[in-house]
Design a protein around this ligand. Structure first.
Ligand SMILES: Nc1ncnc2c1ncn2[C@@H]1O[C@H](COP(=O)(O)OP(=O)(O)OP(=O)(O)O)[C@@H](O)[C@H]1O
Ligand SMILES: [Mg+2]
Length: 299
């Protein structure tokens, strides 16, 4: 948890202002579940990306929601959500940037990723001017968490081929170059196949989580080639145990994890609280500086 100025929400006429509770930081590791020994598994996400793969019902969206919950409560990051199903991340839409929630709309998804790409280029131009190589906590430029559920919907299912290819190219660029400027991509896919996740893209994700997969080769597509042969395969996970998967970090070995699960009511409650925190802090910042949030990126 991070020390923040006390936030006081004005709850409207006739009500007393409410002092809001503590917040999280995107620079802190994110709790994603427990390991085989019941110990917490926390993953640092800043300067990293995460790929989540697995068959339908494996628990991908549940993990995505756990990460988005941490991000939503982290007032030192902004949130962008792309959700082909609309309802998987829909509860967090009030926490997203203005225009930062896209449902099943490829055109809007491409426009949003394009905006992020322009912002990324500007941030690099700024960093090089300051003779720096990456953003840090406390910078005017806040990290962005970009959560995508599901990649294949946008890159291989809907719309025109040219637009799908544009989506894939924009996503690859953000994953490849976004890390140092604080763009954290967390992307889920139901179809861990080489056309959706070519090896060159997979290897750009520092964290990879394979929920139950239909074959050893799908598991390897998420975790990396050769792990199934060494006995690490998400194909052996029981279909009746959603949320269990193999997590691997760049250069590490897979570890078995049971992800944290937030049911609908809990997600909704956290999302409401996070939205209140975000509105309050944005309002206070606008009053203090006369600037809208995100002004540093627009400059
Ligand atoms: N960590 C968990 N603990 C307990 N139950 C879980 C967990 N994760 C998922 N589940 C259960 O599994 C169901 C399916 O999970 P989820 O929707 O995340 O799957 P998915 O992989 O996103 O599926 P799809 O590919 O169809 O979108 C959830 O509704 C929930 O009941
Ligand atoms: Mg899902």
């Amino acid at each position: 948890m991070t020390a923040m100025p006390t936030l006081v929400a004005d709850t409207g006429p006739g009500s007393q202002p409410v002092t809001l509770g503590p917040v999280l930081s995107i620079f802190d590791p994110v709790h994603i579940g427990i390991d085989e020994f019941g110990q917490p598994v926390r993953v640092p996400l800043i300067y990293r990306n995460m790929l989540i793969g697995g068959e339908p019902g494996a628990g991908k969206s549940a993990l995505l929601n756990a990460v988005v919950a941490h991000a939503a409560l982290s007032l030192d990051c902004r949130l962008v959500l792309l959700d082909g199903k609309l309802v998987e991340l829909g509860q967090w839409r009030a926490c997203a940037e203005p225009g930062g929630f896209v449902g099943p709309d490829l055109d809007a998804a491409n426009k949003l990723l394009k905006r992020l790409q322009i912002m990324m280029d500007r941030r690099y131009a700024y960093l090089v001017d300051c003779e720096r190589r990456k953003v840090a906590a406390g910078d005017a430029f806040m990290p962005y968490v970009v959560a995508i559920d599901e990649i294949a919907y946008f890159s291989a299912t809907v719309g025109k081929k040219q637009d799908r290819e544009e989506f894939a190219a924009l996503l690859r660029d953000l994953v490849a170059r976004g890390r140092a400027v604080g763009i954290i991509v967390i992307a889920a896919t139901q179809r861990p196949s080489s056309d959706i996740i070519p090896t060159s893209l997979r290897d750009l994700f520092a964290w990879r989580f394979a929920g139950r997969c239909t074959s050893h080769s799908s598991s390897d597509i998420v975790l990396g080639h050769g792990w199934a042969q060494q006995g690490w395969t998400a194909n052996s996970i029981s279909p009746t145990n959603p949320g269990v998967g193999l997590l691997i970090a760049e250069g590490g070995t897979p570890q078995l994890v049971k992800t944290a699960y937030l049911d609908d009511a809990t997600c909704a409650a956290i999302a409401r609280y996070a939205a209140t925190l975000r509105t309050t802090v944005n309002r206070q910042a606008a009053t203090d500086t006369g600037q809208q949030p995100g002004a540093a990126d627009a400059a």
